[in-house]
Design a protein around this ligand. Sequence first.
Ligand code: ATP
Ligand code: LTN
Length: 334
Amino acid sequence: MSTQKKIMVSGIQPTNKLTLGNYLGALKNWVKLQTEYECYFFAVDLHAITSRQDPKELAANTYFALATYLAAGIDLNHATIFVQSHVRQHPELAWVLNCFTYMGELSRMTQFKDKSSRAGETIPVGLFTYPTLMASDILLYQADLVPVGADQKQHLELTRDIAIRINNLYGDLFKVPEPFIPNIGARIMDLQSPENKMSKSVSTDMGAVFLSDSAKEIEKKFKRAVTDSGTEISYSQDKPGIKNLIDIQCAISGKKPQEIVASYQGKLYGHLKVDTANCVIGELKPLQEQTQVFLSDKAELQRILSKGAEKAAVKAEATLRKVYDAIGFAPTHS
Ligand code: ATP
Ligand code: LTN
């Protein structure tokens, strides 16, 4: 029965159109794992506003993300999908978690250090408390498993620490979640600066492959991908550009890096670039077509999302009430 299944939770920020990194590091694994779990997948719009968003774009990107989940094969028989801001328990529990999380812990988060160093003089407080909202997203649903890319490992560890701390104080309020980080695809790199991760809000247009890119754009981006000045195709840390292209092919085909390298003996970087582009174009084509199908019926998408939010809120409220009671908040009487 679905109620006995373990629980899986994950989300993506609608800060722009999703990238190949989001797809290979996160979404593809949600689809693979979904049948074994009761799943909650959302677009984290509350997280997205930790950097400035154009209001119209934010809504459009939110729908795009959720339509992409469905297009990738997220099955509503296994998963509840919704918009984070539609479920008010997320920021409510986040406030409580803020009161059990230490300044030192949040100051050590590498994502905060990276993003705040780019934010200039005015660093939003929300960027600092971002990880406690993420912990709330996860703990509200009593998640067992959280599939994410490698960049989110530290946030998952903090979530576990907060859950254990509160459980020690008040009894078993939260399940302590496990991360799921794929072996290959966990860290797709920027095509122009392969020492940095591909990111939808930081990468340049040529550095990131967006799931909305046309075949022509994808081909151009891979042809211009930065590699090194050598000629030998090998899989090594000192050839980050080449390694990234091999990783992308592996994450799509399921092949091992050595198999890919062996098939390029005597070939040039140009061959690898063109083949990787074709591999990505082939993988994304059905995804792009299906995304458009889901986006073309906005009313149906909105119906799915409001049903999703309603179902998620029931589960979230059960946890929140348990927490409020344990803390000693006076019960409401209506
Ligand atoms: P932003 O640029 O807005 O900070 P992002 O593109 O880094 O966003 P998120 O929305 O923060 O992506 O992440 C959604 C999911 O995609 C997370 O599980 C994250 O680990 C994963 N992910 C993001 N970028 C990559 C990448 N380059 N390679 C693999 N996984 C990634
Ligand atoms: N912080 C994540 C997005 C995110 C998330 C979550 C992922 C927000 N809430 C809950 C998994 C579970 C990121 O990828 N930047």
